[in-house]
Write a new protein. Structure first.
Lengths: 154, 90
């Protein structure tokens, strides 16, 4: 059983990540993976050409590792993987890949869902959306906080 | 250095996110050899730079050697301090 997480400063290839994650899974009956893409518009509808994910080496990677470890502890999963971009990511490009493997599908679905809710609020990034009008620094939304609260009673 | 003054060395101070946009990525800030509190270091930055007053205002958190701490934490020469806004999440 392992939780792994890494920061990816270069391109993120979700298909290659999933391919490696699927290898050698005898005892697992399920793998659920999620790929997050950079949207080409902000919540307010303004065009987004790219995002800038500022990160602090040593602190940001640790936050990703803790989130992956929490998912592994919390659900009946065999392995958890988080790969998160940092730096400049253009609209339409993958920014995060999260996957969970488990003997049974329900645990894998739950773990992947939990990983993304945690990453959207607790990952130690500072995100700026850049468009033709300039840049806007982003904070977690109310919806992100509500999503995270779902896990408090489980 | 003639030895009559207390030796002053520095702590490396980093900024992230919006804070870095205002103050740059890194500064070296003098810290007394016996250390000072994070709050004192913050005050020193604000004193030296008008832009820092706003950039290090409410909601800006800090870490010492990558551990998130409060203003009462002690900073010693050679340590790494960082100031940053709330995490945006991924």
């Amino acid at each position: 059983m392992a939780a792994s997480a890494r920061l990816e400063p270069g391109d993120l290839d979700p298909a290659a990540e999933l391919g490696r994650f699927l290898e050698g899974r005898g005892a697992d009956g399920a793998v659920v993976s999620f790929t997050g893409l950079v949207r080409s518009a902000s919540k307010a509808g303004e065009p987004v050409e790219r995002i800038e994910l500022d990160w602090y080496p040593g602190l940001t990677d640790r936050s990703l590792g803790e989130i992956a470890e929490d998912a592994l502890r919390r659900f009946g999963v065999s392995d958890v993987l988080v790969v998160h971009r940092c730096g400049t990511v253009r609209a339409g490009a993958p920014v995060v890949f999260a996957a969970a493997a488990a003997p049974h599908r329900r645990d894998a679905f739950l773990a992947a869902d939990y990983l993304m809710d945690r990453l959207k609020t607790d990952a130690a990034f500072w995100k700026r959306e850049d468009g033709p009008e300039g840049g806007r620094w982003i904070e977690p939304t109310e919806e992100d906080h509500r999503s995270l609260k779902r896990w408090e009673s489980t | 250095v003639d030895g009559s003054e207390r030796p002053l060395t520095t702590a490396r101070v980093l900024f992230f996110g919006r804070t870095a946009e205002r103050l740059g990525r890194a500064r070296e800030v003098a810290v007394p050899s016996e250390g000072c509190t994070l709050g004192e270091l913050r005050a020193r930055l604000v004193e030296a730079d008008a832009a820092a007053a706003e950039a290090l205002g409410a909601g800006v958190r800090a870490s010492v050697d990558r551990e998130i701490v409060g203003d009462e934490a002690v900073v010693r020469p050679g340590q790494e301090v960082a100031f940053f806004p709330l995490f945006s999440g991924g």
